[in-house]
Ligand binder design. Structure first.
Ligand code: GCU
Length: 423
């Protein structure tokens, strides 16, 4: 009896402690606690940044370093493309409207090798064309109804409803994501689409034995170190390697590459844009926590939740901020500021509270100070616009009606936005 009581008390004590760790998810603006985000133009040592020169020389490198060290992790080494194999360049895609090019980038180190399949649809043109570069979630063949698209052999998350069985895609998976990829609209607007499956670079699971990470392991290493890349940084690295290729492609204008991503791939596009200034324009579609949304608001998904559900996405150091966002030396508006002065579009959806639309808007607003310092407009509004009323300065923003998704409406805004800078 007595020992039963002790066990019960111990249980209550332990579960009380655990429960105290679990915060309720905040989805009501009135419940957002007091929080303070760092001023993007104040240095970590307290000094103030007043000139563009000081931004580039002092503040930008320090902010980039903090995100690398504390959030996404550093790339542990250098590895270029070993070989490019172009499978085809066909002038007859989309009923003759576009050129379809498919190629593989091969990476090699010691006995390890990795193949990354790239699919390109390009408008026919006398000149090199601007492109949207974007990862897809389930393979290139899912993007468009075209039997010529090669199937990935990489691990893909099982989803029998779209023909993904035993972690492999099948013929049945073709065009199953085509609602997210208005290829004809993109081509008719004069843009190319360059897309690749993110799992070719690193399968999206908490397993660091596959994908690109092991290429850099020292002897007996099985995981990246605490300050080394998680999957988001690995995927961003992959986008930079595609950029290495695009700089050599004879049909693409590599000075006009807009990197775009939805959700976890929006987080990835932002980190790619921050770390690689060759990306001329960056689009974050509903990237949420660890993307465009402020972490310190703890609205919707939090650092603790994301690090628990997806322990492989960020670097080990980021776990220090589980239920401890106040200690973060940075917040996500400072990530957005790293993209300045290049055009940046942040998009939210009304039905996507998980990604904290207001937190995404505020991050874009707070990043504007850097754009202004660099002589650009930043966000053209101070208050969140109405649903379906996009605003476009050098930072663009919209919140559209509907749920978490990448829709034709979103793409239409990105094309309009790109037109402002690329035409
Ligand atoms: C989950 C995750 C988000 C992420 C999203 C996605 O919802 O919590 O952080 O953005 O998946 O990538 O679809």
């Amino acid at each position: 009896m007595k020992s039963g009581l002790i066990i019960l008390m111990l249980f209550c004590f332990l579960s009380g402690g655990l429960l105290a760790q679990q915060r309720n998810v905040i989805d009501d603006e009135a419940k957002v606690p007091e929080y303070k985000v760092p001023d993007v133009l104040t240095r970590f040592n307290g000094g103030k940044i007043k000139t563009a020169k000081d931004w580039y020389r002092k503040q930008r490198p320090e902010i980039l370093q903090k995100f690398t060290q504390e959030v996404y992790g550093k790339v542990p080494g250098v590895l270029g493309i070993h070989e490019v194999k172009v499978w085809e360049t066909s002038p007859d895609a989309l009923n003759g409207l576009a050129v379809r090019r498919q190629l593989s980038l091969f990476f090699k180190k010691g006995d390890k090798s990795l193949e990354v399949n790239v699919l390109m649809y390009l408008p026919k043109s006398q000149q090199k064309v601007p492109v949207f570069l974007a990862y897809n979630f389930t393979g290139n063949h899912a993007v468009y109804n075209d039997p010529n698209i090669r199937l990935t052999e990489s691990w893909v998350n099982n989803d029998p409803s779209v023909g993904i069985i035993n972690n492999q895609v099948t013929e049945q998976s073709r065009a199953t994501a085509s609602n997210r990829w208005p290829v004809e609209e993109i081509i008719k607007s004069g843009y190319g689409l360059v897309t690749l499956y993110y799992g070719d670079v690193d399968p999206d699971k908490d397993d660091f034995s596959d994908g690109i990470e092991p290429f850099f392991y020292q002897e007996n290493q099985t995981h990246p170190k605490f300050d080394e890349w998680g999957s988001i940084a690995a995927w961003a690295w992959g986008l930079s390697r595609v950029m290495d290729y695009l700089e050599k492609d004879d049909l693409v204008d590599a000075k006009k590459v807009a990197v775009l991503g939805h959700s976890r791939l929006g987080k990835t596009a932002l980190w790619a844009g921050a770390t690689d200034q060759r990306f001329a324009l960056v689009v974050s579609n509903e990237s949420g926590c660890g993307g465009a949304a402020l972490s310190k608001r703890i609205f919707g998904e939090t650092v603790q939740i994301i690090n628990t559900s997806f322990p492989h996405w960020f670097c080990g150091n980021f776990k220090k901020y589980n239920n401890n966002e106040a200690d973060l030396p940075i917040d996500q508006h400072m990530l957005l500021a790293l993209i300045a002065p290049r055009p940046l579009y942040v998009a939210s959806a009304e039905g996507d509270k998980w990604a904290d639309p207001r937190g995404e808007f505020l991050a874009a607003k707070y990043a504007s100070a850097v754009y202004e310092l660099l002589g650009k407009e930043g966000l053209p509004v101070k208050e969140m616009p109405e649903v379906n009323h996009p605003v476009m300065g050098t930072i663009g923003y919209h919140i559209r009606s509907g749920k978490h998704d990448l829709t034709l409406y979103d793409w239409q805004q990105y094309i309009r936005f790109a037109d402002k800078f690329f035409r």
